[in-house]
Structure formats: structure tokens, C-alpha cells
Design a binder for this molecule. Structure first.
Ligand code: FES
Ligand code: FES
Length: 155
């Protein structure tokens, strides 16, 4: 297979690996974007969540050839300077404990707010339920999502 072009965080890269290579390996090992974490490797934890065409996706379960021309956004590309409303709310609420799951949580939360700017608690729980946090930061995640929704509404 010829090298494939992959758009990540608004930059187009030429990737020369097998087409069935998981996106997570490409992000971390080739593009050195280590914010996206490897947790379970079987699609069950959400630590590897990135956005593909704005929708949350498991990078560990997404092959390069499945990405195609769809743009990928990682935690490094969510904002240039860490000022995305979700990132700011995460800091203000001090959501993280060990932090391992948090990039995936933030990407899932940002996708939720992009599609539903004012989610209810039940909608937050439904959207975030497949992103596992072994530190149990779920109440702060919910609080930060509400806070991000409020601050985005004021802009
Ligand atoms: S590492 Fe991808 S879902 Fe757990
Ligand atoms: S903050 Fe530790 S796993 Fe979520």
C-alpha cells in the first residue's frame, strides 16, 4: 500500500504503515502525540478517545484505513493554548486525580457540548458512561461539563 495522508490537528502527515495499524499507535509512536492514552486496548475504557470529524472515537480500535480523509483532533489540538471551555472548566473544577483517563474524558465532553450545548445530568451520564475513571472523578466531570456549558453560553 502507498503511504496514506492523515490530517491530525489541522496538519496533514504522510504515514507509511500498514493500513490496519491502529490510529492510537500512529498518534503516539509516529506523531509523538502522547496526550492520547493507551488504557485497555480493546475499546472498553475510553482513555484513547479522540475526535474524528468531530465525533468521539476509540483510537485503539480505529484503523488507519478507516480514518481516510476525515480530520482527527487530539487533546493537543483541542485548542492552541489550553483555553477551550472544557479545558478551562476542568482546571477550575480541578477534575483530575491521577489524570490518566482525563484526555479521553475531555475529548468526549467537548464532543458532547458541540452536539448538545446544555446537557442535563442524565445526558452527561449517558454520553460519558463509556469513559471509565478508576479514580472516580465522575461528579467533578459532570460539574465541569456544566461549567463549560455556562461559560460557552456567556461568550
Ligand atoms: S485504550 Fe482504547 S478504549 Fe481503552
Ligand atoms: S483521574 Fe485517574 S483514572 Fe481518571
Amino acid at each position: 500500500m502507498p503511504p496514506q495522508q492523515l490530517k491530525v490537528n489541522n496538519t496533514i502527515h504522510t504515514i507509511d504503515v500498514a493500513p490496519d495499524t491502529p490510529l492510537l499507535w500512529i498518534l503516539r509512536d509516529i506523531l509523538d502525540l502522547k496526550g492520547t492514552k493507551y488504557g485497555c486496548g480493546i475499546g472498553s475504557c475510553g482513555a484513547c478517545t479522540v475526535l474524528i470529524s468531530g465525533r468521539p472515537a476509540r483510537a485503539c480500535q480505529t484503523r488507519l484505513d478507516e480514518v481516510g480523509t476525515n480530520p482527527v483532533t487530539t487533546i493537543e489540538g483541542l485548542s492552541l493554548d489550553g483555553t477551550h471551555p472544557v479545558q478551562l472548566a476542568w482546571q477550575q473544577v480541578d477534575v483530575a486525580q491521577c489524570g490518566y483517563c482525563q484526555a479521553g474524558q475531555i475529548m468526549a465532553a467537548s464532543a458532547l457540548l458541540a452536539s448538545n450545548p446544555h446537557p442535563t445530568d442524565a445526558q452527561i451520564d449517558a454520553a460519558m458512561s463509556s469513559n471509565i475513571c478508576r479514580c472516580g472523578t465522575y461528579p467533578r466531570i459532570r460539574q465541569a461539563i456544566h461549567q463549560a456549558a455556562e461559560s460557552a453560553a456567556k461568550k
